[in-house]
Design a protein around this ligand. Structure first.
Ligand code: NAP
Length: 249
């Protein structure tokens, strides 16, 4: 059956790949990002491949914006029963240089954003007796220099995911987290710039530390998201899957 999936931060990077993959799996997809116009490439790629998608502009860290976005999805596409909390930002700095705003912005988008989106969407999942929630964590949840804010948010995503799994399981809703390792996107491109390397140098250096010998791609993460969102994955819940080209945790 056709389900409605909502993917946040889906204008580019990992979110865009997840949106395209969930569409090719047969779902109608709401492509959500800060700016609806920025979602055009993702929406066009889905419709060109014969899928169904709409662009939705919203700030996931803002409660009113989230409520309005979910209402818009219900009206234009139908009630969402698949939610991927992928929107994210970086504000890296060593602790002594990290500002209040660096902390609040990162916790706001990742953790508060996932909370607000999940709270807004869960009622549609409960009504349907079916739901799939996937939260993007990171290997940085295990600790990473210069990322006290991001590591705290990504570790928080794991506890949040497990709690949703416990609370919502009785309604046919699963919640799982994907913790990517190094994935080639604009986010890691920005990290390369920050530390003064070209992106190609950064990819080569990263690949040396990864057992499978390469950096990850957005499609590697989309494949994991597809599994968690599948109809047949209803007994897999509360899990954190490290998708990092080798063991973590
Ligand atoms: P990306 O290329 O920077 O894409 C993130 C998207 O989220 C952007 O389109 C961004 O919009 C959007 N966004 C930011 N703040 C938002 C908000 N308040 N409301 C709605 N959308 C917002 O990042 P990515 O590399 O694909 O990462 C996607 C997710 O995977 C993130 O949660 C990230 O932490 C996680 N992750 C990534 C890696 C990696 O190696 N790339 C590793 C582990 C985990 P703008 O362009 O307008 O800012």
């Amino acid at each position: 059956m056709t389900r409605v999936a909502l993917v946040t931060g889906a204008a580019r990077g990992i979110g865009a790949a997840i949106a395209r993959r969930l569409a090719s799996d047969g779902n109608a997809v709401a492509v959500l990002d800060l700016d609806a116009a920025a979602c055009a490439d993702t929406v066009d790629a889905i419709t060109a491949a014969g899928g169904q998608a709409i662009a939705v502009g919203a700030d996931v860290s803002d409660s009113a914006s989230v409520e309005a976005a979910v209402a818009e999805v219900v009206e234009r596409l139908g009630a969402p029963t698949i939610l991927v909390n992928n929107a994210g930002i970086l504000r890296d700095n060593l602790l002594f240089k990290m500002t209040d705003d660096d902390w609040d912005a990162v916790l706001g988008v990742h953790l508060r954003g996932a909370f607000l989106m999940s709270r807004a969407v869960q009622k549609h999942m409960v009504d349907a007796g079916f739901g799939r929630i996937v939260n993007l964590s990171s290997t940085s949840a295990l600790g990473n220099r210069g990322q006290a804010n991001y590591a705290a948010a990504k570790a928080g995503m794991q506890g949040f995911t497990k709690t949703l799994a416990i609370e919502l399981g009785r309604y046919g809703i699963t919640a799982n987290a994907i913790a990517p390792g190094f994935i080639a996107t604009d986010m890691t491109r920005a990290t390369a710039e920050r530390i003064g390397m070209t992106f190609d140098e950064f990819l080569v250096a990263a690949a040396k530390e990864i057992p499978v010998g390469r950096a990850g791609t957005p499609e590697d993460i989309a494949a994991a998201a597809s599994f968690f969102c599948a109809e047949e994955s209803g007994f897999t819940s509360g899990q954190v899957l490290y998708v990092a080209g080798g063991p973590k945790a």
